[in-house]
Design a protein around this ligand. Structure first.
Ligand code: GLU
Length: 423
């Protein structure tokens, strides 16, 4: 009960932070109030109940959601997360972020998100499969390659995407790979999709570093979160010469001022299930991790991590938001006052959805690209988007977050105005 209330409060925090940021950017571009009113609400929300036969033959009922926020630029796009703290407000906020994320990187999608309240770590593989298949069946009334295309998010992965694709295909009687992205390569996934979010974060850090004249070789780096995004970003940054001094995951935070060996750390996590107890490191608290003096802080865990309370202690030159919504509205104000450059989530972590778009395009055309081609196209899009956001931020004297929302709102509202209001 306490967990549920806490989760709801933090979800409201995310929704209200997102709305406040949008309202601020909307004012800067003089957005019409009617358009803002429409964008303040999701277009469509679906709550489903998911009965699952457990391995011991009992029945559990889970709750899941799929939210489509705005479809002006194209079909709805966004991940599905399986996590105990999922709730409707959180999914709405994350769907809104997807609308603006797709618009910032100029891909023809609207925003969506889904979630199921569960802890996949407590489920067997077969229970997870049955849960995924039943959830897919329940949301199949609103998803589809031209309607709404799910993808991985927190605690979901290519195998889960394969089950979604298979269930949807079974219901229609033929294979429909383009209903989902982030699939295994063997069944129509794209080269480079698995690493895309983490790599996109690194490409945006490279761009920011060159603007800040920050030399990446030897740059001290702290990574919060060591899942799909944090682990890939950490490895790629370390290859560029950054010194990764601290890393955390859901079990704890480790620190060694001399730097960590990323390949060995990854192997340790695969073996033990966590980064903690990695040799020659000290265990520190999450608050200590966020307060470490460093050049780059990569936020790659969950939302609401840098807040009004702890932001004053952040001691980084550059913050890159690999997660969605890691900084609260108040936290963001403090980082801005301190002159810390923040690469906002809707830009920094857009690499995932960009390569999802490539996967969808490749699937529809039945023509697949090499990994080199995917990475080249990803870098091109990330760099162009970064430049647009950076230029807008400089010419209007606003943060990169506000600039990203200004650009995104412009694209979404232009599409809404050209299409007109039905009926
Ligand atoms: N879940 C990822 C995100 O938050 C990827 C979404 C997608 O590829 O559709 O951006």
């Amino acid at each position: 009960m306490v967990i549920k209330i806490a989760a709801r409060e933090s979800a409201n925090e995310l929704l209200s932070a997102t709305m406040r940021q949008i309202e601020f950017a909307a004012e800067k571009i003089g957005l019409e109030s009617g358009v803002l009113k429409i964008l303040s609400k999701p277009k469509r929300t679906l709550t489903v109940s998911i009965p699952v036969r457990m391995d011991d033959d009992t029945t559990e009922v889970f709750e899941g959601y799929r939210v489509q926020h705005n479809l002006s630029l194209g079909p709805a796009k966004g991940g599905i997360r399986f996590h105990p703290s999922v709730n409707m407000e959180e999914v709405i906020a994350l769907a809104m972020l997807m609308t603006y994320k797709c618009a910032v990187v100029n891909i023809p999608y609207g925003g969506a998100k889904g979630g199921v309240i569960c802890n996949p770590k407590d489920l067997s593989l077969r229970e997870l499969e049955r849960l995924t298949r039943r959830f897919t069946s329940e949301i199949s009334i609103i998803i589809g390659p031209e309607k709404d295309i799910p993808a991985p998010d927190v605690y979901t992965n290519p195998q889960i995407m394969a089950w979604i694709m298979d269930t949807f295909s079974m219901q229609h009687g033929f294979s429909i790979p383009a209903v989902v992205t982030g699939k295994p390569i063997e069944i129509g996934g794209s080269e480079g999709r698995n690493e895309a979010t983490g790599l996109g974060v690194v490409y945006s850090i490279e761009e920011a570093a060159s603007k800040l004249q920050l030399d990446l070789s030897g740059a001290t780096t702290v990574i919060q979160g060591f899942g799909n995004v944090g682990s890939v970003a950490a490895a790629a940054l370390s290859e560029l010469g950054c010194k990764i001094i601290a890393v955390s995951d859901s079990k704890g935070c480790i620190y060694n001022e001399k730097g960590l060996n990323l390949a060995a750390l990854k192997a340790h996590k695969e073996q033990t299930g966590s980064v903690i107890n990695y040799p020659d490191t000290n265990i520190i608290t999450n608050d200590d991790l966020l307060a470490l003096k460093c050049d780059i802080l990569v936020m790659a865990a969950l939302e609401n991590q840098i807040t009004g309370e702890n932001a004053s202690k952040v001691n980084a030159r550059l913050v890159a938001e690999g997660a969605n919504g890691p900084t609260t509205y108040e936290g963001d104000q403090v980082l801005n006052q301190k002159g810390i450059t923040v690469i906002p989530d809707i830009l920094a972590n857009a690499g995932g959805v960009v390569v999802s778009y490539f996967e969808w395009v490749q699937g529809i055309q039945h023509f697949f690209w090499t990994e080199t081609e995917v990475k080249k196209q990803l870098r091109r899009r990330m760099n162009t988007s970064f430049s647009h956001v950076y230029e807008t931020s400089s010419s209007y004297g606003v943060s990169m977050r506000t600039a990203a929302y200004m650009l995104a709102l412009n694209r979404v509202s232009t599409a809404m105005n050209i299409r007109g209001l039905y009926p």
